[in-house]
Design a protein around this ligand. Structure first.
Ligand SMILES: [Zn+2]
Ligand SMILES: [Zn+2]
Length: 91
């Protein structure tokens, strides 16, 4: 897991989210419904991506979510501060 330098939290874990969720997190607004996709390599979780329903539809992601394999990790996702993200989800 890499780190991100957040204005509010300093060095923080990274959460990978779609642009729409990233915009909500950056604006410090509550994040709406979204789906979480674990990305696995050799059966081990290496990343988690979060997508809003529009992106799930647009990218043809599986519903209900299943773990994605390593080849699918290049799906578009923006890195945001995981602590900001958690704040936005918990709001
Ligand atoms: Zn989205
Ligand atoms: Zn933060």
């Amino acid at each position: 897991m890499g780190k991100i330098l957040c204005e509010r939290h300093g060095g923080s874990p990274i959460a990978f989210v779609c642009d729409h969720l990233a915009a909500e997190v950056c604006a410090q607004r509550a994040v709406g419904p979204h789906a979480e996709y674990v990305v696995e390599l050799d059966g081990r979780e290496i990343l988690r991506h979060q997508y809003c329903p529009a992106c799930v539809e647009r990218l043809g992601l599986p519903t209900p979510p299943r773990p994605l394999n390593f080849e699918e990790r290049d799906l578009p996702a923006s890195p945001v501060c995981a602590r900001c993200y958690r704040d936005a989800v918990g709001r």
